[in-house]
Design a protein around this ligand. Structure first.
Ligand code: SF4
Length: 209
């Protein structure tokens, strides 16, 4: 008998979406273990390794359990990097159960599965982004690091349709990053770049997961 599909999961929990346009939305997070990048500013480095191999059935049982305590319409697949694992069946099962599915990805791997919302967040120093995300991304999020500059933002603004917002996200608790985000957004506007937002991490502000 074939072994049932398992996925390597770091944690499953209900909270509020803290980042991007879906900010404040009650969501159940499935955090995948493992990432193909090693960003120095990563705030989930602990999820790069380890994780628990869990069957789809067991993942759904945990999602439904979380949903009983904190009813949510959305499930967010995050990481780590969710696209390192075969997530299409999980997306199908979640949608069949009536959830909307958001995926947070660094954008370096091919998108798979019919998610309702793709959040792409290309990372320095190379800011790689698979071309398939040009039309799939509902938002593009850039962490304000020392590497981020006008040229990088300009390139993404040119690449993406104008309706897709670019979000500048300062690193929580780093004043220099917040100040840089503010300067950058003013500079971008002076250069005529449109549909940009500056958004802080709500969950960090509220002290929730
Ligand atoms: S891509 Fe995201 S999860 Fe991976 S190392 Fe960078 S910040 Fe961390």
């Amino acid at each position: 008998m074939p072994r049932p599909l398992t996925l390597k999961i770091a944690e499953i929990f209900a909270s509020l979406q803290g980042e991007g346009l879906r900010q404040g939305e009650p969501s159940i997070f499935i955090r995948f273990a493992g990432c193909n990048l090693r960003c120095s500013f990563c705030d989930t480095k602990w999820a790069w390794r380890g994780g628990e191999e869990i069957t789809l059935e067991a993942i759904m049982a945990r999602v439904l359990d979380e949903n009983r305590h904190f009813p949510c319409s959305w499930v967010c697949l995050t990481g780590g990097e969710p696209l390192l694992q075969p997530i299409s069946s999980l997306i199908r099962v979640l949608k069949k159960a009536g959830f909307y599915v958001q995926i947070e990805t660094n954008g370096t791997l091919e998108p798979t599965g019919e998610a309702d919302w793709w959040t792409v967040s290309p990372k320095p120093p190379n800011y790689l982004l698979k071309p398939e995300f040009r039309l799939k991304a509902k938002e593009l999020k850039l962490v304000v690091t020392r590497d981020l500059n006008l040229k990088v933002i300009e390139q993404f603004r040119t690449f993406l349709p104008l309706k897709t917002p670019i979000i500048l996200q300062p690193q929580s608790g780093r004043r220099w990053s917040e100040r840089k985000a503010l300067s950058l957004i003013k500079l971008c506007r002076r250069q005529g770049l449109e549909n940009l937002r500056l958004m802080i991490q709500l969950h960090r502000h509220l002290g929730i997961p």
